[in-house]
Design a binder for this molecule. Sequence first.
Ligand code: S3P
Length: 448
Amino acid sequence: MSGHGDPIPMMSRKGGPLSGTANVPGDKSISHRSLILGALSVGKTEITGLLEGQDVLDTAKAMEAFGATVTRHGEGEWSVEGVGVGGFKEPEQVIDCGNSGTGVRLIMGCMATSPISATFTGDASLRKRPMGRVTDPIGLFGARSYGRAGGKLPMTIVGAAEAAPVSYTTPMASAQVKSAVLLAGLNAPGQTVVIEKTPTRDHTERMLRGFGAEISVEETPEGHKITLQGQPELVAQKVAVPRDPSSAAFPVCAALLVPGSDILVPGVSQNPTRNGLFLTLKEMGADIEFLNEREEGGEPVADLRVRYSELHGITVPAERAAAQIDEYPVLSVVAANATGTTIMPGVHELRVKESDRIDAMARGLEACGVTIEEDEDTLIVHGMGPGNVPGGATCKTHIDHRIAMSFLVLGLASQQPVSVDDGSPIATSFPVFESLMAALGAQIERTA
Ligand code: S3P
């Protein structure tokens, strides 16, 4: 798992229609934050629906290393006894965040304004990813960082003993960077301000408010401005984690591509900072109904009924990129099965995810017979029409869960089976992917 264990080669192939109900796991972003905010609160936070993927388990372990008491009570049911804002103790061991950029960047933020040091590392994928985007702003609070060349892990952060509050405009659309700054601001006196040019997922803001912080959001000529009042007392909460739209994307797209399919995906978050894929799919002609719209755990959710659809290519608005940033890999698979060309501009952030996702998808799709164009910021897929992708290749997953699941969805609709060299990273975000897809009738198997 997380690139530490043996590779798990897998293969998918064409079969009958997909049907039934897909109860996808809890949202990964909200799961990380519920553990972290629980650890920074006074009292016992009770969590239901927590994603028990490896990324989140690594964050749970890290919170224990900083002094919180984290307990599993049953499937998805966890509690965190927090140490309060400013109460983190210095960990005795290196913090291994596995495959998780969200885990490491958010945790660096929340220890950066305490007078402690911590050393962070991760798997081979995470050790390639840039941390300067977080160490730059936490440096403004007074934290120091000592990492490898290019701001890579392993890295030691020495927290600021007397933090000063910060006003920071994020240079890239990144909820991880925004969240790291806000979490650092918790233990600084006065107001910490983050300005984003493009709004990104807002779970940190929503949850901080829910845990009792004073936080305001306004649109200004400079951008989307978030102001946090420092040194609040965060109070333990009950958190019900909604289901993850980024995981729902895989059964949803599979049902759209496999003829005759008709599935239900209940309780999926429709937070407007996360629902870009569903808007894009509708514009491509997808038959998706949003049923029983309601609020759960502070997030808008809906049950999705998804039926096989013949889709056409579109130009995806660049300003929608942040709201579907994790869904481009599977969208490129959908685009390959659409009629006409799909142009995806404004996607340069995909180059610094768990893998370079533009490159990983382009190479794998090409190997399966699809024509691709790419530049630093754009991916263009020339659709072959429903069911016309030849397939028949083995695609490299580069220790990236979403690349692995995307190519396995491709194989369900291709003329020949599609293989992946390593499906083990799927466990980081969607540990029940294989059983859930099998229950819908998908032909996905391990090949070793
Ligand atoms: C996440 C933010 C996004 C996303 C990641 C989860 C978060 O990353 O890709 O899967 O929970 O804040 P960036 O902040 O790098 O865009």
